[in-house]
Design a protein around this ligand. Structure first.
Ligand code: NAP
Length: 487
């Protein structure tokens, strides 16, 4: 086994979402420049490039849903719309000289660690393989749309698309539209399209808990104050940090706080649904609050209360050429079907084929569920650090806060590698003990009380961090003692 890592390790980052960009900026800040960022699309942005559905916005306030090192005094709204977030990402990419490292229109098909050279060889769909010391997949958890397996879907004669692949060529004006799913995406696009469509049938399997979204437009005065007195921005950020962290606090530690939030949600939802008799009873959830992601919206329920909207709670039996048939046999005719059915969140890094030391396949190692030390490193996969990996999603918070913690870890890891030379892998017993602790905590948590995209079919929760964001930041620190040299 050679010790191939050099004093300036080369790094390949996969993906230009918030995670890949954070890791690249941190490495550059530490003085590393031999970085290539591989991106399948022709521009940066991750989910904020992909999700262009009407009403797409972030339900975490921008002063907190942004990099700590790059506050933006000019957010147009407190809860930014997708175009503003994408513009921010592009600005950051330019300001921090990330674009120079990006190789766009290059999809990664797989990567293999070579025990003889101690390097990763990355197979891409265009051009020669890329060979580097360190591999940093940053493809997120929510990049691959999920379509439920409903009989007859392929027979539908109208237009049909997923919220994350919105077909802007389909004119919805006056059409009969069926929306399947009522998650974070649907609650944003339903109110955006409701006024223009003819008839809207919203197929709800499980309703979400909703809280108000205290949005506001930031005026020129706000922008000037944020620019001239940066402390005001810090206050806004700290306030929102506290607010969203208190959600995690409620789900994890403070049941009475969860009860207060539930009561608040009930008031908010009763008010939102008030215009249509019977609507509140249809949309009020019957599972513990926090189990699924709690959503923030002031306009979703008022949209459902409009005359041209029907909330269908009967199970979908099949799809026919003319529409959606429910278990009671009713045909809900539609010209367009929109899938608001989320993402394949638990299939981490798929469909890339990742091969580690000794030819082991990541898909085999993760066949019972993805697991990684602080979501970042996997035994037998030397010098691979996954951004937004297993159990690093937050049930209430800003994922960017977690990504910055991971970027710090990647930076410390690469800096250590630069001094030691030999590839490292996390010690199996360290990762196993960590995973056991995480799973124990999750098994008694609110997230185990219902099904959601946080869980795989067998119930294991592979997406969520079991605790507060601050605990992740405190504990997810690179310690060389957790690693062994690969030999
Ligand atoms: P999602 O939360 O996973 O929601 C999917 C919806 O589809 C659920 O209502 C689900 O019902 C329903 N569904 C799935 N299969 C179905 C079937 N066979 N029949 C009927 N309904 C079915 O997906 P998403 O709304 O795209 O959101 C995913 C995540 O993306 C969010 O949780 C969030 O993290 C992120 N996101 C964030 C924002 C933001 O503002 N920051 C905005 C959009 C998305 P069940 O609940 O019964 O499974």
């Amino acid at each position: 086994m050679s010790t191939a890592a050099t004093s300036t390790p080369s790094v390949a980052v996969i993906g230009t979402g918030f995670g890949g960009i954070a890791a690249t900026i941190e490495l550059k800040r530490l003085g590393y420049d031999d970085i290539v960022v591989l991106e399948k699309a022709s521009s940066p942005g991750g989910v904020w490039r992909e999700n262009t559905y009407p009403g797409a916005a972030c339900d975490v306030p921008s002063p907190f849903y942004s990099y700590s090192f790059e506050p933006n005094p000019r957010w147009p709204h407190r809860f930014s719309r997708q175009p503003a977030i994408l513009e921010y990402i592009n600005d950051v990419v330019d300001k921090y000289d990330v674009r120079r490292h990006c190789r766009f229109d290059t999809e990664v098909l797989g990567a293999a660690f070579d025990d003889a050279t101690g390097k990763w060889t990355i197979e891409v769909d265009r051009g020669e393989p890329v060979v580097v010391d360190v591999l940093v997949p940053a493809v997120g958890q929510l990049s691959r749309p999920s379509y439920p397996d409903i009989p007859g879907s392929e027979t539908f004669e109208g237009a049909m698309f997923h919220s994350a692949l919105w077909d802007h060529d389909v004119d919805l004006r006056g059409k009969r539209v069926a929306v399947i799913g009522t998650g974070a995406s649907a609650i944003q696009f339903v109110p955006a399209i409701q006024p223009e469509v003819g008839q809207l049938s919203v197929f709800q399997r499980t309703p979400p808990y909703l809280l108000g979204r205290p949005d506001r437009e930031f005026s020129e005065l706000h922008h000037k104050v944020f620019e001239r007195v940066p402390a005001t921005q810090l206050v806004e950020r700290a306030t929102w940090y506290g607010m969203v962290e208190s959600l995690s606090l409620a789900w994890v530690y403070a049941k009475p706080l969860a009860a207060v939030l539930r009561a608040r949600s009930k008031r908010h939802m009763r008010k939102g649904a008030a215009a249509k008799p019977g609507l509140f009873e249809k949309v009020w959830p019957d599972y513990p609050m926090g189990c699924k992601r709690v959503l923030f919206s002031d306009d979703y329920l008022p949209a459902l209360a409009q005359d041209n909207v029907d909330v269908v709670t009967d199970r979908i039996r099949e799809i026919t050429p003319r529409g959606v048939v429910t278990a009671d046999g009713a045909l809900h005719e539609a010209d367009v079907i929109i899938w608001g059915t989320g993402f394949k969140a638990t299939e981490f890094l798929s469909p890339m084929r990742i091969t580690g030391s000794g030819g082991r396949k990541l898909e085999d190692e993760w066949s019972l569920g993805a697991h990684a030390y602080y979501g970042l490193t996997v035994p037998g996969f030397p010098n691979m650090l996954v951004m937004y990996g297993p159990n690093t999603n937050t049930g209430g918070g800003s994922i960017i806060y977690f990504l910055e913690t991971q970027a710090r870890y990647v930076g410390d890891y690469v800096a250590h590698l630069a001094t030691t030379g030999a590839p490292l892998a996390v010690r199996p017993e360290v990762e196993r003990a960590y995973d056991q602790k995480v799973q124990e905590k999750l098994s008694g948590s609110v997230w185990s009380a219902c099904t959601s995209w946080y869980r795989q079919p067998d119930g294991r929760i592979t997406t969520n961090w079991p605790s507060l964001g601050i605990e992740y930041r405190t504990h997810a620190r690179f310690d060389p003692a957790d690693y062994e040299k690969v030999s």
